[in-house]
Every structure is written in C-alpha cells, then in structure tokens.
Design a protein. Structure first.
Length: 364
C-alpha cells in the first residue's frame, strides 16, 4: 500500500486493482490534467483524417513548428519537437553531459532519473517552506558555481505551484552564462497560470543561448497518450547535439497533426484558462478559512497544502479519499516534503466542491 500512496499522479489502473473501484468512476485530482479533456475540434479532425497514418511524418516537422511558433512567439528555427517532453528532458541532459547538476526541489522524479542515467553528479536546491516555497534567486545563484554545468527547474514548480519571475530568470541566466552553466526550464504547467507573461522564459531565448525551455501537451491539452513535447533554444550547439542524440521521426504523424490543430484552438485555450483561474481562486480562498491546513499560492492548475494537525497523515487522507472515489496526491515522496503534504489539481466546479466537502470532513 505504501508504494501505491507514493505513485505518480494519474495511475488509476493501480487504484482500480488495489481498491476494486472502476477507474471510470474515479475523479482524478492527482494527474494534473485539464478537466475539459482533449480539444473536441482536434479530435474530430483527427478522426476525419486517420488515413494519414499511411504516410511518414515530415522529417523536419515544418507545419508543426510553425504552429508552435504562432502559439508561443518563439522563432520556428529555435524549436525542436520530441516524443513527449520526457524524451526531450533526457536527450537534453545527455547532450549537455554536465559533471554536476543542480535540480530545484521538490521536483518531478524524472529529472533525477535522467541525470543519473547521464552519469552526472547532482544536488537539490531546496525551495524552503519558511519562504512559502518561493524561489530565492540570490540563494540559488550562490550554489551555482564550481563544477556545476547544468541547472534544472520546473517553472511553475511541481508540486508547489510557485514560479520564478522573468526578472529573476534574467538575473539567473546572466550568472549562468558567465559561469558556463546550461539551464533547462520545464514549463509543463505554465499555460495554466494567470500571470504567464511575468514568468514565461521563452522571450529570453533570443537573449540567452544557454537556456532550453521545454513544454508538453499532456497536461494543458489533456493528451498524455499523444506523446508530443517541444523545446525552444537559440543555441546552435544545443540543436546539433539534440539532433545527434534523437531518433528520426520521434513524433508520429497523428501527434504532429494534432499539434498543428490544438495550438490554434483559441476557444479551448481561453475556456481552460478561465476555468482554472476562477476555480483555483475559489479553492484557495476556501482553504484559507480552515484551521488545520496551510495552502500555498499557485501559478499552476494544482494546489499544495500542508496539514497543521497530527490527527491524520497525507497517506490516510489519500486512502479515505479513494474510498470516496477521489484520488489526490500524497506528496510525501517529493524531495523535502513529508507526510504532512497533499496536492490536488483543479477539475470541474462540481468535482471541486465535492473535494472540498470531503476534505473538510476529514481534516477539520
């Protein structure tokens, strides 16, 4: 059971096997996936054009890169695509081949796994609870020295939801450039933020050639099975190394076509941002009134909360919520967190209200 409590979010198959609850009856607050699901317009177009599987994808992915360019403002020549952001993360880390890596933590475990596979030594830079997990750039810069060759951060951070502001990112990149340190910024959750312009690193790509910004489609576009990710960098050396380390046609033709469609679905993008923004504020304001929990400001589609009571642990809350057919994340497996922390994402207003009601019964 302990392994189940600390699994990655969204593993409903394991829940179904352990608890005997059909996964289609479960509200998944652990996976951080857009509650609207995959864009309907794109789904219809894919169904109508399924015959494209008879063709090879464009090896250079020109149309897909142009679509990403219009969506992000990045230059097409600065864009690379991959079989999910995970492929780009591991490929980039192998390409940099840093002697030592600093990872901003708590963090997604795949960064550590990829760094280990690349043979790099690593340490975590701690986002501290007494600073409400807000990145302290001066403290961070003080550890980016000596043998460090790579810095990795998820921005906004998973699982805290806090983010590095663009002004601080520029300061960080300037320091790293002087010290020959590459920077990988994972913006998987940034599209859910309501302050994207204040925290997005893509505008800095033309100014700094030591940054690689990564995004995916699993969360915002609810397409984890599509396996489509993209990265943005102005470094010719990075592009050369990535090309040498990446398999050809790593993005299948359906994923490439879907990307061309979803990045231009303005209605879907606007509706998602509105729902997440309004529901995030509603949930945050409600949790502020509870005496046994502390909630942290988030720029993502999830909230991290700390239990202020000893009467129950995150694992016990996880178990009780599953029995109510709701799955939250016991955050104890994240570096620097413990059995006092839970994380849950934003779903439909009705599901969110039910979550709050059940959590209040358990915690308060």
């Amino acid at each position: 059971m302990e392994t189940l409590m600390h699994m990655h979010g969204g593993d409903l198959d394991s829940i179904e096997r352990e608890y005997g609850i059909p996964k289609n009856e479960i509200s998944d607050f652990s996976g951080n996936i857009n509650p609207f699901g995959f864009p309907k317009k794109a789904a219809e177009k894919l169904a109508q054009n399924i015959s494209i599987v008879c063709n090879y994808p464009d090896k250079n992915y020109i149309a897909l890169k142009n679509s990403i360019s219009l969506y992000t403002g990045a230059k097409p020549e600065n864009i690379v695509v991959g079989n999910g952001s995970t492929e780009l993360i591991s490929t980039f880390i192998k390409s940099v081949c840093a002697k030592k890596t600093i990872i901003m933590g708590p963090a997604y475990s795949e960064y550590e796994n990829a760094v280990k596979l690349a043979g790099s030594d690593f340490e975590y830079f701690e986002l501290r609870e007494d600073e409400n997990f807000v990145p302290n750039i001066d403290r961070l810069i003080s550890v980016l020295k000596d043998e460090v060759g790579l810095f990795i951060a998820c921005n906004p951070n998973n699982p805290t939801g806090t983010a590095i502001a663009i002004t601080d990112m520029r300061k960080l990149l300037t320091h790293c450039k002087k010290n020959n340190i590459s920077v990988m910024i994972d913006e998987t959750y940034i599209e859910f933020s309501n302050n994207l312009e204040e925290i997005c690193s893509i505008p800095l790509v033309d100014e700094f050639d030591n940054i690689f910004v990564i995004r995916g489609t699993s969360k915002f576009f609810a397409a984890p099975g599509l396996r489509l990710g993209y990265g943005i960098t102005s470094s010719a050396e990075f592009h050369k190394l990535l090309a040498e380390n990446q398999d050809p046609w790593s993005v299948n033709i359906l994923a490439a076509y879907a990307g061309e469609l979803i990045f231009s679905d303005i209605d879907f993008i606007k509706e998602t941002k509105h729902l997440i923004s309004s529901e995030r504020q509603k949930i945050y304001d409600e949790l502020l009134t509870w005496k046994n929990i502390k909630v942290y400001k988030s720029s993502s589609n999830f909230l991290l909360a700390k239990l202020l009571t000893d009467k129950i642990t995150a694992a016990e809350i996880f178990d009780q919520m599953v029995r109510k057919k709701m799955v939250i994340r016991d955050a104890a497996s994240f570096t620097y967190l413990n059995e006092k922390y839970i994380r849950f994402c934003i779903l439909s207003p009705e599901e969110n209200n039910r979550l709050l009601s059940e959590l209040k019964n358990i915690i308060e």
